[in-house]
Design a protein around this ligand. Structure first.
Ligand code: MLT
Ligand code: MN
Ligand code: ZN
Length: 304
C-alpha cells in the first residue's frame, strides 16, 4: 500500500493565520528553517488508483491540488477518492467534507459517536444531504472491529478505540464516549504490511500498545512537545491532556512510547504550530532524530 501525508499540521495549520509564536513568525519571515504544513489528513491506496482519504481537512482543496493522484481526470467530473474514513469529529478533520459537496454521495466510514456529533453538534451530514448526500458506513469499536472499504478489497481496516477528547462543540466533550476517537489499523493482505494511524491519541491504554508494536509504520499524534506548551506561551489555559493529546517529552511521553517499539517506522503527524520540532534546527528536533522518530511533512510518501 502507498500512504501519502496530505497535511501534517494540527488544527490551524502552520503557520497559523493569527499566530506570532516563535515558529509561526519564523516560518513567515524565513528566520527559521521550517516547512509550512496544512491540516491533518492522509490518503492510502492499494493500487495507486483508488484512494481512501483519512479525515477531511479544512485544507482539502489545496491538498487535492498538490496531489495529482487524487484527480485522475477520466471523465468530466472525477476523483480518485473512493471513501473517507473519519478518526474523530474534530473541526480540523471534518470541515473539508463540505468542500467535497459537488460530486457524488460521499462514502463515509465513521463510528456512531462521530456520526452523532456530525448530525447534532456540528450537523455537517444534515447539511450535505442537500448537496451530494452521504452514504454512511458504521465502524464498530466492539466485537469485530474489522471493516472493508468498497473498492479497496485488498486492505483490511480495524478501528481501535482511543482515549482522547471529543471536540469542544460535542455533546460528549467532558463525558467521553467510546468511538469519539479511533486509531485505524490498515493491513495490506497481499504484503501483510500494517499501518497504524492515530492523529489524536491522549493515552496509550493496554489494548493500544500491541497495535503499535506489531505495525510496520505508525503515524501518531505529534501535537505538542510539552504538556503545558500553550499555557507557557500564554495562548491557552489548557494542558495537552485536557485536549486529548499525549505530549512527546517527559515521563510517559510519546518519545518513551515510540522508543520502546523495535518494529515500526515512527512518524509524527498532527503537529501543532507551537511545537519546537517544526524548527529543523531545534534541539527538540535533534532529540527526535536521535531516537529515529520522523516528523511528517506534506507530500511525504510511505510505501509498505
Ligand atoms: C484537536 O486536535 O485538539 C482539535 O482539532 C483542536 C481544534 O479544534 O483545532
Ligand atoms: Mn486536531
Ligand atoms: Zn504559532
Amino acid at each position: 500500500m502507498r500512504i501519502k501525508i496530505l497535511g501534517a499540521a494540527a488544527g490551524g495549520g502552520f503557520p497559523q493565520w493569527n499566530c506570532n509564536c516563535f515558529n509561526c513568525a519564523g516560518a513567515r519571515n524565513g528566520t527559521i528553517r521550517a516547512v509550512p504544513r496544512t491540516q491533518s489528513s492522509i490518503a492510502v491506496s492499494a493500487d495507486d488508483v483508488n484512494w481512501i482519504l483519512f479525515n477531511a481537512s479544512p485544507d482539502i482543496l489545496t491538498q487535492i491540488r498538490a496531489t495529482p493522484a487524487l484527480q485522475p481526470a477520466r471523465v468530466i467530473r472525477d476523483t480518485g477518492i473512493i471513501g473517507i474514513v473519519l478518526t474523530d469529529s474534530q473541526i480540523d478533520h471534518v470541515v473539508g467534507l463540505l468542500m467535497l459537496r459537488e460530486g457524488r454521495a460521499l462514502e463515509i466510514y465513521c463510528t456512531d459517536a462521530v456520526h452523532e456529533d456530525l448530525t447534532t453538534g456540528a450537523p455537517l451530514f444534515n447539511i450535505l444531504k442537500h448537496y451530494c448526500g452521504v452514504n454512511r458506513h458504521p465502524i464498530r469499536t466492539r466485537g469485530d472491529r474489522d471493516f472493508a472499504v468498497t473498492g479497496a478489497e485488498s486492505l483490511v481496516f480495524t478501528a481501535v478505540p482511543l482515549r482522547s477528547k471529543a471536540p469542544p462543540y460535542s455533546p460528549h466533550r467532558e463525558n467521553s464516549k467510546e468511538g469519539d476517537t479511533v486509531g485505524i489499523r490498515v493491513q495490506d493482505t497481499r504484503s501483510g504490511k500494517v499501518l497504524f494511524y492515530a492523529p489524536g491519541l491522549g493515552e496509550i491504554e493496554p489494548h493500544v500498545a500491541p497495535y503499535l508494536a506489531e505495525s510496520d509504520c505508525v503515524l501518531v499524534d505529534g501535537t505538542f512537545w510539552t504538556g503545558d506548551e500553550l499555557i507557557q506561551m500564554g495562548i491557552s489555559t489548557k494542558p495537552a491532556h485536557a485536549m486529548g493529546h499525549l505530549p512527546q517529552s517527559g515521563g510517559g511521553g510519546m518519545i518513551g512510547v515510540l522508543t520502546s517499539l523495535s518494529r515500526p517506522r515512527k512518524i509524527l503527524v498532527h503537529i501543532n504550530n507551537t511545537n519546537p520540532i517544526l524548527n529543523e534546527d531545534s534541539p527538540e528536533r535533534l532529540e527526535l532524530s536521535g531516537h529515529g522518530i520522523e516528523v511528517g511533512w506534506d507530500g511525504m510518501e510511505i510505501e509498505l
